[in-house]
Write a protein that binds this ligand. Structure first.
Ligand code: RIB
Ligand code: CA
Length: 301
């Protein structure tokens, strides 16, 4: 039985690889893709998402444009490489006309909602808006599996990981909604870096998706953005095969105010605070299986 998922992306390169993996791996059914501001303005993240779906043979997947800015703060600039238009043909695909937040409300209030995992790999603005529009969603979404956060060091600031600090107020709404969360943070993604040998194996699959993914990984690596860290694909791999992820239940809260700490996922790692855990925090990943899952999914078509 395929596991149904909805991706929520801010396509940049790693979101693109994650989308190809989610759309083609036999373990998953990619129901829809929501798009948000984040790595780049919504106009670019939407264009990139349409490009990768069309080039990757996934034109059947509906795309819902969402938030073009955070709930409260101004948008963060994002990294220049991640703001780039992906090296793929301009899309002929058209997005849906419904806003992603309204789509999430309709979908998760429908019969299909409770069997579909929600997987944000960018700022969590769309789900925060949907939860404010329809609070009953908190009891309808079975689990969130998200590339977000870090319980040690950030990557956007020493304290904060980009997806969370790009909209901390949204992350606060989502992390406090009572929905089961699996957090695939930087401590996990840093353990799963893709090597040039892995990229060569990907190319050797000789499928359109594997070639596109390899080109994108080379594109973001060459530009010095990721050093092999394909962040968002780790979250999708954890959806495909949950046992590759080692997790620890922790209480995680989102810092909103600190001059140096805004956007931090503040995790009670030891459990000393005796507060009820709200997040299954990724602390390790089986890198070998991660690579094999990527090759299985991207090499399948
Ligand atoms: O911190 C890494 C995350 O920020 C990834 O999801 C990347 O695509 C950017 O959104
Ligand atoms: Ca992303």
């Amino acid at each position: 039985m395929k596991r149904k998922i909805i991706l929520d992306v801010d396509t940049g390169g790693d979101d693109a690889v994650a989308t190809l993996l989610a759309g083609h791996h036999p373990a998953l059914e990619l129901v829809a893709v929501a798009v948000t501001h984040g790595n780049a303005p919504l106009t670019i993240t939407l264009d990139n998402t349409l490009r990768v779906l069309e080039a990757g043979g996934l034109s059947r997947v509906p795309v819902y444009p969402g938030a073009d800015r955070p709930l409260v703060a101004d948008p963060l600039p994002g990294d220049a490489v991640q703001r780039a238009i992906l090296p793929l043909p301009a899309p002929t695909l058209a997005p849906q006309t419904q806003h992603a937040a309204l789509f999430l409300v309709d979908y998760y209030m429908s019969l299909d909602g409770p069997s579909t995992i929600y997987a944000p790999t960018g700022p969590q603005t769309n789900l925060a808006l949907a939860l404010r529009l329809e609070p009953r969603l908190a009891a309808r979404i079975p689990r969130i599996v998200t590339m977000a956060g870090a319980y040690l060091e950030g990557n956007c600031t020493p304290s904060a990981e980009f997806n969370v600090v790009a909209d901390p107020e949204a992350a606060r709404v989502v992390f406090n909604a009572g929905i089961p969360i699996t957090m695939v943070g930087l401590e996990v993604t840093g353990q799963a870096r893709i090597t040039p040998h892995d990229v060569a194996r990907m190319r050797a699959c000789n499928t359109p998706s594997a070639r596109i993914a390899a080109d994108i990984i080379d594109f973001i690596n060459t530009a010095g953005w990721s050093a092999g860290e394909i962040y968002d694909a780790c979250a999708v791999a954890a959806l495909i095969e949950p046992p590759i992820l080692t997790t620890k239940a922790m209480r995680v809260d989102i810092e909103l105010r600190g001059e140096l700490t805004r956007g931090r996922t503040v995790a009670d790692i030891s459990g000393r605070q005796k507060k009820e855990p709200n997040v299954d925090v990724g602390v390790g990943i089986n890198r070998g299986r991660f690579i094999e899952i990527m090759l299985e999914g991207l090499g399948s078509v």
